[in-house]
Ligand binder design. Sequence first.
Ligand SMILES: [Zn+2]
Length: 456
Amino acid sequence: MEAYPKTTDKPRKRVVNKAAWKRTREKLERYSSPGAPKKPSCKNHCGKTFSCTLLTHREIRQFHDMFYLSRDKLKQDAFILKYTDHCIPKRSRKTTCLRENRAVSVKYYIPTLSHKKVPVCQKTFLGILLVTKHRAQGVIQRFMKSGKMPVETRGGNRKEKLFEKKARSVQDFIEKFPVIENHYCRSKTSAVNHCLKNIDIPENVERLRLMCDGCGGQNKNTTMIGMLCSWLQKAPAHLQQIELIFPMVGHSFLPSDRVFARIEKDIKKHEVLVLPQDYVNIFAEHGTPINLEDKVFDWKSACQNVIKQPGNWHFQFNPTKYFFIIKQRNEIVVRGEQHYRSHFGKALTVFRKKCSATHIKPKPIVSGEVNVNPLKLSGISALLKKHFGEDFMQMPDLQFYQHLLETQVDDIAVDAEQEACTNKDTDGIYFYLSALKNVLEILLYFQSFPLQFIFE
Ligand SMILES: [Zn+2]
């Protein structure tokens, strides 16, 4: 029988209790009664137009309590509107002073115990409710203007709008930078190939499923598919099909991502990481790094002349989430689906005319023979000079860089023009990691350290 998770009384996620918020409590406090209602103190206008002095204690108390029955500002404002009358003044007097005639004329009422509204003066009305003149006038003026009941305009997401332009310009600025992969191994096609070559596929297995994270076209490229076609061609006969799956971006939880996150955390702990071995040591704590030296092949150029441009494929390349690489009558065909469960696509060849998977013959990339961008080299030597001083070339610990700078320096003059502007990524010869620290920013270009990473 299957085991179900035990239910407990405690909810797994805390329910939001807005009533307990400090802000809510303060708000309620603000709209509570500040004290006892003031007794009307007017003498001149009793009985004629206003009935201030005729109000009894109970009536005053009742009116005050009715107002503070709700401690919600909007309800209180509506209450004020209910017991006031407002109109545009009928007559305007000529005045000699600078003050203009009032725009609204307001009449205030208070209900008696027999539910009759009696007129009172402003002072009495405000004194009983204990609100300021400005609040009452504001409520009435807003009502006159809009003709609608009071609405809450305070709070909400104001800041986003306030700083929208600034945020946009920051975003635009960041987007100006060229995007660089920041994962660990650029020799991924070679690494996957190496991994596939070394696994034993049991005889009853017909399909191989590969899950990839959808990170910026890292694995979703024609080179990867070309390599898989080439491998499937040579794979054991019982293996009929490879499925390459790209889960929804941001919704995949592949175990490898977790390991990478832990490694990234570890790398951040170090102020300075100088040697390739330093990185390998950190990797080794989380898995088994395999040195791919002499096992790296130039799949990119090998595929370029054999596989069609992705624009000429029989399905749209970029939105495809599910690739099927199928062995069909000794020929390799590819089918692409934009949805995980659909079967709309046709399986057709993706090779150029008169080409097939057997034509993909990658040349090995020998470590140390690939030219590093001279701009990067000069950047490295400048950083090393800054960190270790002028004579870093003599330091025994820095042999890796000395070798790198000495062997590469001759080529710089020749290749400078070609390489300076194009950041050429020969697939998988160098991968770099950046340890960003406030003091120093050391970028390492691992000329001779192609790695494959296996998770534990
Ligand atoms: Zn009065």
